[in-house]
Design a protein around this ligand. Structure first.
Ligand code: DP6
Length: 327
């Protein structure tokens, strides 16, 4: 047998409690715990084929050949799977994102989660969700959370713990909330999250305070999530977001992910709250604003964001189910 192939899909997730900073760079362990919501509608599908005739790994992303850097990141993941194979060979990886362009969301979380699922299955291995999550997490920590549907938690990693994995907290039916995405700018961000968090760790005077305080913020978020208390969760989520952005801004050289539209959208969220709608903002390593609200308020929140100066597009996302069917 020369070819073993499998396909898997995974969805993007958005952190309610943010991950920023690593406690072990080689093992890609997060310095702080994070909690995420997997999103419906933002799907990556990846096929991995181990093929004895290949002389190197080959990666195709959205129909184009991947760069050397992108391929090297895939090879690292594949090497970890190959270490468990009896007859390892190079692989062809074909990955496609079904992300509406308005999403303004990164695809590395769903990308590495889908790649992990497909590679392990193609290799003929049956790994637990925890093992799959640890594999995806090693490539991109947020990807460890995308192995699960609904709400998941990735604990902080103790240096040396290669097995650190995310765990599911609640399924997608736990709470009928929405994430409304406001796209604030076009084009790729200037500083990727891996680089941004390393620079923060090495140079920001606020980094240690962030790492010290993040577990308490995450604990508030986890408790509020259990009780479905949106006001408490939302306030803590904003604190988590602003705290990690403060770390990035105070790094040297400074990393400012925000655009004027980011601030405008944040003001819209404040105004919505002043008028009685429970709407709360979060941002990742980029300018887009993602707003958490009750399902019943999503249309109102979307309208307000769409009217905001500079917002290019808006999109409403529901909690997403786990989706790693492999074949
Ligand atoms: C700001 O998971 O992309 O979106 O582990 O270096 O690949 P690496 O980083 P990544 O970081 C995501 C950071 C964030 C917050 C979050 O999703 O928790």
């Amino acid at each position: 047998m020369t070819k073993r192939t499998a396909r898997a899909t995974a969805r993007a997730n958005i952190a309610l409690a943010k991950y920023w900073g690593k406690s072990d760079v080689a093992l890609n362990l997060p310095a702080v715990p994070s909690i995420s919501l997997t999103l419906d509608g933002l799907v990556t599908t990846t096929t991995v084929t181990f093929d004895e005739t290949l002389a190197a790994d080959v990666l195709e992303l959205d129909g184009r050949p991947a760069s050397a850097k992108e391929t090297a990141r895939a090879t690292e993941l594949l090497d970890r799977v190959r270490a468990s194979m009896k007859a390892p060979s190079f692989a062809r990886v074909v990955s496609a994102n079904r992300f509406p362009t308005a999403a303004g969301l990164a695809s590395s979380a769903s990308g590495f989660a889908a790649m992990a699922g497909a590679a392990v299955h193609a290799a003929g291995l049956s790994w637990s969700d925890a093992k799959l999550s640890a594999l995806a997490r090693w490539s991109s920590a947020s990807a460890g959370r995308s192995i699960f549907g609904g709400f998941a938690k990735l604990p902080a990693g103790v240096p040396g713990d290669a097995k650190l994995a995310a765990k599911p907290l609640f399924g997608e039916d736990h709470w009928d909330v929405r994430i409304v995405v406001a796209e604030a700018a076009k084009g790729p961000k200037k500083v990727g999250s891996t680089e941004g968090m390393e620079r923060s760790r090495l140079t920001s005077p606020l980094y240690d305070a962030w790492v010290q305080n993040a577990p308490a913020i995450t604990a508030v978020i986890e408790k509020a999530l259990k009780k479905k208390d949106l006001d408490t969760l939302g306030a803590a989520m904003e604190q988590s977001t602003f705290a990690f952005h403060a770390c990035a801004m105070s790094a040297s050289p400074s990393i400012l992910y925000w655009q004027p539209t980011t601030i405008a959208a944040l003001r819209t969220v404040e105004t919505l709250r002043e008028k009685g709608t429970s709407a709360w903002a979060t941002m990742d390593a980029g300018p887009h604003v993602k707003v958490l609200c009750h399902a019943a308020d999503a249309a109102k929140v979307k309208r307000a964001l769409a009217k905001t100066e500079g917002v290019l597009a808006t999109m409403v996302c529901k909690p997403g189910a786990r989706r790693l069917p492999e074949r």
